[in-house]
Design a protein around this ligand. Structure first.
Ligand SMILES: *Cc1c(COP(=O)(O)O)cnc(C)c1O
Length: 356
């Protein structure tokens, strides 16, 4: 049976990526060796790293003066690396969910955190607006897509300071204006590749301004100077990310992804707004994520939750159970998800409705 993969992360990858990884697992770039058993300093792997970095720059139109890195430690390590490297004394944070909250906790170890706004009062089911960002902070940190709660900030915020963003779950889903950012980071395992590597895009001129000593491995400059090869990079995950980047380019880049992502999300939200059994978790339409669509049973049909999950599972759908802090369901519709899988979910909801 065809599987429809709605997992939030690690999550669906393009068939292309999986095929190329499977090939290279046995014979990488004609070496007769696995991509897992060649030196990261071999000319074949250096070419992989170089091409991956070049494609990130091309697809996101990264301006001059920025470095692209593939690091380890997940987005969670970026929660501390960002303030370690960029926060002189005071930084602003927008609190839109669990990941933002974790980033705030780490930043507090390095200086004063101004929490400009929070949607914690409503279990993070909306994006705060009209908040003030003080002009004397080193940056505003925000989470562009709240993977757990299902809200998303779809436009680069307009603020008087540089932006720092956790784009783990929506990077490459739409065009962004990189010039507004001092730093962008994203764990690969949502919209780019397997777990094990973290994409970082950093403005070179944003670095070197803090006075504290920074341990070598946590200093962006270390990795810039050695082109992500200061120590052994995650060779297999970086190889896989490169395949997804090639697939992205082949399929029209981030502009085309955005169109398809809007269409997929509309298909599902329209059904959630219509179907009497279900309701979308996020009521403010402009805050709804295009990547992680959270929904619950209409309270009048709450007892059908388990039955629907089993019904969807019987139709090949996996990963639909919502995060424990929200409950209900979550359908992750990342770049690699074909519209057919979203249609299959919508069809299942209609069929389930007709039975009840
Ligand atoms: C998954 C996720 C993280 C955590 O990433 P790790 O790579 O597991 O550390 C952080 N932020 C967001 C927005 C995420 O979706």
């Amino acid at each position: 049976m065809k599987k429809h993969n709605f997992y939030a992360g690690p999550s669906i990858l393009p068939e292309f990526t999986k095929e190329k990884v499977a090939e290279a697992a046995m014979n990488f770039a004609g070496t007769g060796l696995s991509v897992m058993e060649v030196s990261h300093r071999s000319k074949e792997f250096v070419a992989v790293m170089d091409e991956a970095i070049a494609l990130v720059k091309e697809l996101l139109k990264v301006p001059e003066g920025y470095s692209v890195l593939f690091l380890q430690g997940g987005a969670s390590t970026q929660f501390l690396m960002a303030p370690y490297n960029l926060m002189k004394g005071k930084a602003a944070y927008l609190n839109t969910g669990s990941w933002s909250s974790k980033a705030i906790k780490e930043a507090k170890l390095f200086g004063e955190v101004v929490e400009v706004a929070s949607s914690k009062d409503a279990n993070f089911n909306y994006i705060p607006k009209n908040y003030e960002v003080p002009a004397d902070v080193d940056y505003l940190h925000y989470t562009s897509n709240n993977t757990i709660f299902g809200t998303e900030i779809l436009e680069d915020p307009e603020v008087p300071v540089q932006l720092v963003a956790d784009m783990s779950s929506d990077i490459f889903s739409r065009p962004i204006d990189v010039s507004k950012y001092g730093l962008i980071y994203a764990g690969a395992q949502k919209n780019l590749g397997p777990s094990g590597t973290t994409l970082v895009i950093v403005r070179d001129a944003a670095l070197g301004k803090v006075e504290r000593p920074i341990p070598t491995m946590l200093n962006y400059q270390t990795h810039i100077d050695k082109e992500s090869m200061f120590n052994t990079p995650s060779t297999l995950p970086v190889f896989a990310c490169l395949q997804t980047l090639k697939w992205l380019k082949e399929n029209g880049g981030v502009e085309e992804m955005q169109k398809v992502n809007i269409a997929k999300a509309k298909l599902l939200y329209d059904e959630l707004d219509r179907n009497k059994l279900f309701e979308p978790n996020i009521k403010a339409k402009e805050d709804r994520s295009l990547m992680n669509i959270t929904f619950i049973m209409n309270p009048a049909f709450a007892e059908l939750e388990k039955e629907f999950l089993e019904f969807a599972t019987s139709k090949g759908m996996v990963g639909l159970k919502g995060h424990r802090s929200v409950g209900g369901f979550r359908a992750s519709t990342y770049n690699a998800m074909p519209v057919e899988s979203v249609q299959a979910l919508v069809d299942a909801m209609k069929e389930f409705e007709s039975k009840h």
